[in-house]
Design a protein around this ligand. Sequence first.
Ligand SMILES: *[C@@H]1O[C@H](CO)[C@@H](O)[C@H](O)[C@H]1NC(C)=O
Length: 285
Amino acid sequence: MDSPTFLPFFLLGLALAASTASFATAANNLNQEVDITWGDGRGKILNNGMLLTLSLDKISGSGFQSKNEYLFARIDMQIKLVAGNSAGTVTAYYLSSQGPTHDEVDFEFLGNLSGEPYLVHTNLYTQGKGNREMQFYLWFDPTMDFHTYSILWNPSHIVFYVDGTPIREVKNIEATMGVPYPKNQAMRLYSSLWDAEDWATRGGLVKTDWSHAPFLAEFQSFNSDGCIPGANIQAACGSKAWMNQALDADSLNKMSWVQKNYMVYNYCIDVKRFPQGLPVECSAN
Ligand SMILES: *[C@@H]1O[C@H](CO)[C@@H](O)[C@H](O)[C@H]1NC(C)=O
């Protein structure tokens, strides 16, 4: 053990171990990125910040929020949804600002009976007004493995992604059509697991089977790149690639594949719901 060559190799090993650790910390340590905000111990950060679990039982669900607020951001999170009979449960993952005229970008995953498809519910609120739902099935079983769900929010559009595939794009048409676009209010990331048996599964027909509780959803690999509000956004973030990113032809093709094959609800074609006429933005696409 006293061989002269041992020490340098030992030090090199230490240096490598240390640099790997600090890299992982910067990118993914959930202890540094989020706070568990409710659920009385039902939300847990495990494995030195590498994994977060939320649970739901008859008494309560649980949730967390990002420590940072963002004014424009690119957010990725890997989620493994509640397995088995998850009917009645909702796993929410969304950006939101505060107050009555808040902005909000929503992903909600509505559980189902074993073997029946999860529903991915998306919505957008601007200036406190929502009613812009689009819903999708997934092309995989979201309970078997972790999959990446992302939100891109830049000055020209908001894009919802599943495993890097865009499923929905909301363009900023405020200047041309007067539809408010989120651009002044900072948003935080929130996530929660809760019970919504009165509406979630088949519109409330299928209730939660509490004999399967506690229900568990798992989260990892949180990555956020956002502009911190207060700064000069253009100076601080203008050069970030995602701030200027638009959907290229390949992405648009993928999105139309998803919308053609997996979209199950689109408010923009729901003429029964809007007898006075479809919302203005529906004519933009
Ligand atoms: C659950 O499964 C049923 C039957 O396949 C389907 O109609 C429904 O959209 C699924 N999802 C939810 C959340 O109800």
